[in-house]
Ligand binder design. Structure first.
Ligand SMILES: Nc1ncnc2c1ncn2[C@@H]1O[C@H](COP(=O)(O)OP(=O)(O)O)[C@@H](O)[C@H]1O
Ligand SMILES: [Mg+2]
Ligand SMILES: [Zn+2]
Length: 451
């Protein structure tokens, strides 16, 4: 094995033979650090093999085990696959350790052997967290260690079903001279854990810290090496956390789970719509409930708009939180052009209540109605919900899964829905027969039915 030194961007993993002030790949400044490349990548490949006929390829049988958190299983594609490596990333303090400690606890309670390795916290600190989460005696082992080779040796000897490494940034391989958390260390750690995972057929979880700006040795550069990538996100000022899959070799990536952080740990929210609507003001202008689809599940959320005259001369402000900025600007332009409103001297704020991000065009009509409701200072009936994509000429376009959306609204007591006319004729209304459905073809029609 020959060692050579090169400069690696700690943000994106870009490799340069010489030092550069700015990474030409991701554009970050001062992120290149000298690291010794110990030619580890060659080792990563599988043993040499011969060409094989398609018919002789054996179907991989995937054994899955369900986690004790019901809402987490769909995110993993129906449970954890034995022999798979899951990377879970998120900002410090978001709850990664808490989540995986709970997952390990529940596996251990089912009688599975679990090993939780912490390079971050002492056993005493883990004890404190364990008390908070109500950890009972079970087949759950802890190891406070930062040397990767020692960790793997212990793991092989213990032979657990579940293996957690917390976190990838604090552990180092003695094969490399660079410090913990550098790109080559992080990759080497992932490599060795990957090999251990496949060889021993354990379910492994790697925890990685990600910071919004100037991320330390981006776990992003590991995404291609692992089987599943999960992201844990949330806003500082909100107690809820969203866990979603970014990549899954064994399942879809559209699913998400919503948790609430409390004094006894993370609790999955089984009815997210009710959760996101619980603080909605009644009869307030500028507020509309939209039916959106997140993953495979419908979600009702409140969109709020505020339009107020621009105080200072200069450009009026356009602020969006949780929605695509450009899409909202487009919708405002449609409202100006098609409905004769003018926002020239107005600041416009549009917000998704509860801190959720929505990237679905089906919320278009809801945004427009929220804005107009605010301008007219007229509230939308509190038991009414809305969905529909809006095109540039103001036409309302059909969206996917109308019945799924309506059923969710129905189950939460909504009585009326405004939806695309094109959707209206394509589903059976049996289950929601007592709901009043208003099909609309363009924004003008939608608004005249309201105001
Ligand atoms: N007693 C408590 N009551 C409620 N929340 C707590 C309590 N103790 C810790 N937390 C929450 O747990 C978070 C830490 O979670 P943790 O799993 O350590 O995050 P990570 O591993 O992602 O850095 C803290 O930010 C805090 O919000
Ligand atoms: Mg932690
Ligand atoms: Zn870079």
């Amino acid at each position: 094995m020959k060692s050579k030194s090169s400069f690696i961007c700690q943000n994106c993993g870009f490799n340069s033979p010489k030092w550069l002030g700015r990474c030409p790949n991701c554009g970050e400044w001062n992120t290149l650090i000298e690291e010794v490349e110990e030619a580890v990548d060659a080792e990563f490949s599988f043993p040499p093999s011969d060409p094989i006929l398609y018919k002789d390829i054996k179907e991989a049988k995937r054994e899955r085990i369900k986690t004790g958190i019901k809402e987490l299983n769909p995110v993993l594609g129906g449970g954890v696959v034995l022999g798979s490596l899951v990377l879970i990333g998120g900002e410090p303090g978001i709850g990664k350790s808490t989540l995986l400690l709970q997952v390990s606890r529940d596996f251990a309670a089912q009688g599975e052997k679990a090993l939780y390795v912490s390079g971050e916290e002492s056993l005493e600190q883990i004890k404190v967290r364990g008390e908070r989460l109500g950890l009972k005696n079970g087949n759950l082992y802890f190891l406070a260690e930062t040397n990767l080779e020692r960790i793997i040796t212990h793991a092989e000897k213990l032979n657990p079903k579940i293996f957690v490494l917390d976190s990838i940034q604090t552990v180092f391989s003695s094969k490399l001279s660079s410090g913990p958390g550098t790109i080559s260390q992080v990759r080497e750690v992932a490599n060795q854990v990957f090999r251990f995972t496949k060889k021993s057929q354990v379910s492994s979880f790697l925890i990685g810290h990600i910071t919004k700006v100037g991320s330390l040795a981006g776990p992003k550069s590991l995404e291609h090496m692992v089987d599943v990538v999960l992201y844990f996100e949330g806003e500082r000022d909100h107690s809820h956390r969203v866990l979603r899959a970014l990549k899954n070799r064994f399942g879809p990536v559209s699913e998400l789970a919503i948790f609430e952080m409390g004094s006894r740990g993370l609790k999955a929210i089984s009815n997210p719509s009710a959760f996101f609507l619980k603080e909605r003001p009644a009869d307030e202008a500028g507020s509309v409930v939209v039916c959106t689809i997140k993953g495979s599940r419908p979600l009702l959320v409140e969109i709020q708009a505020l339009v107020s005259s621009t105080l200072f001369t200069g450009n009026p402000r356009r602020m969006t939180i949780g929605l695509d900025h450009f899409r909202v600007a487009m919708l405002l332009a449609i409202v100006e052009k098609k409905l004769g409103f003018s926002f020239a001297g107005e600041d416009v704020y549009v917000n998704v209540a509860g801190g959720l991000a929505i990237a679905e065009p089906a919320t278009d009509l809801g945004v427009i109605i929220a804005v107009v409701s605010c301008v007219k200072n007229k509230a939308i009936p509190p038991d009414m919900t809305v969905f529909g994509e809006v095109g540039l000429s103001g036409e309302i376009r059909s969206v996917s899964q109308p019945l799924t959306r309506l059923k969710e609204a129905h189950s939460l007591g909504f009585k009326t829905a405004i939806l695309p006319q094109g959707n209206l004729d394509h589903f059976k209304k049996e289950d929601i027969s007592d709901m009043k459905l208003l099909g609309v073809q363009n924004v003008k029609q939608a608004l005249s039915s309201l105001f």
